[in-house]
Design a protein around this ligand. Sequence first.
Ligand code: HEC
Ligand code: HEC
Length: 403
Amino acid sequence: MKFRIYIFSCIIGFFSSCILIPFQEKETNDDLLLAAIGILANRSDWVWDLPPGFPVPNVPSDNPMTKAKVELGRHLFNEKLLSGDETMSCGSCHTQSLAFADGKDFPKGITNVAHPRNSQHLSNVAYLPRLTWSNPRMSSLELQARAPMFGESPVELGLSSNAFLDKLKSKSLYQTLFTNAFGNADSAVTEQNVRFALASFQRSLISGNSRYDQYAFRNNKSALNSSEIRGLNLFNGEVAECFHCHGGFNFTDTSFHGGSNEEFFYHSNGIHDDAYYAGQPSNKRGLYDLTGIASDTGKFRAPSLRNIGVTYPYMHDGSFMCDDANNPDTLAGAGKTKTDCARDALTKVVDHYRSGGQNHSAKDSTLIRNFTISDSQRDDMVNFLLSLTDEEFLTNPKFASPF
Ligand code: HEC
Ligand code: HEC
């Protein structure tokens, strides 16, 4: 396979120099040779294997996708040398079997202090023009990686210098991987290249083979049962209004849909009221923490609902959890399977929306307002949400930790 792609790129390289010859007569042969080499060196050997219905993601021009960079990024994502005390990696809070979420309400970094928000899943993160729950400045994966690596408030991986680069450089594994991805390892092991490779790996995390996808895009009309289809129609209908904020192929309104426009939105879905936010510290009030605009209080990006069946607890503070006999809000209910827990938590989420949520002045009250559906219709909606799990994504060895 690799061999075939290489030949193909050579033909493109050769072919474009053939086209140049007749039209640029003043060029010397040397110039032409250099141009051809440039085309070959800058080419991306990456072939997007996209599910039907998915546009090609935007990739920054200074960090094209290559197979070698994605492979380096997969290693770095799971590399504990990327933390201050060598105990954690990105993968510690982003676990593949949970669609790269972590099943906790508030994860802890190396100093054992809780993060103010819940770990996000990374399915289709390539399409998000703004990252994190509510920070509009987080506009690329290349930039975002700095926060977990070096952030001090909160501390996640707790790196305080670039000393980790020397440790990477001393391993023959990374000498090979960096050389493959960026050329000579001695000069290529830089903090920027670490972030660029992490970004490339994360862009490769495409998820689009749930039963819903098989039903909607792969013409397998038996992939969803009748309850799930009723739930899908409720989700996309004007009674429940879910699709306004969680619409499109990626189930979020903040997603690149193709074309050139990048749109991003923040909403309050009414999970807390004004008094609650007034009592919160300065890192727990959503978009307001970044903008200082009162009407931004409690606003967050609507998450993609892909793989929602494995990413509980839900919301930025994990406030919708599982139940068991002793506890109405627990992370892993005693005697419950993961699907039971997801079902419990999603039932609470849909109940929240149908009741119209809390009395919050920043709420999108035309969309978040009480509506009438029966309990069995609510269960249909939960069944539909559970059909968004893409088992292939959760187990694909291409995305797994190499260690
Ligand atoms: C201590 C746990 C923890 C670690 C370690 C961690 N993350 Fe995260 N990650 C989070 C949390 C919490 C959020 C939500 C951040 C926020 O809203 O401020 C998040 C958000 C993200 C997002 C945004 C996803 C989205 O939907 O917008 C990306 C991308 C990401 N992390 C990548 C990484 C990478 C790359 C690393 C390693 C360099 C890493 N994370 C390490 C907990 C962690
Ligand atoms: C006005 C926009 C809006 C509408 C309409 C809306 N949501 Fe949301 N949804 C959000 C926002 C914003 C969040 C994140 C809120 C937070 O974390 O505080 C969210 C969170 C969620 C989550 C949790 C996701 C996660 O990863 O934690 C689920 C599930 C969900 N919504 C389902 C639905 C369903 C089902 C409907 C329709 C009944 C719906 N939403 C309608 C904006 C909306």
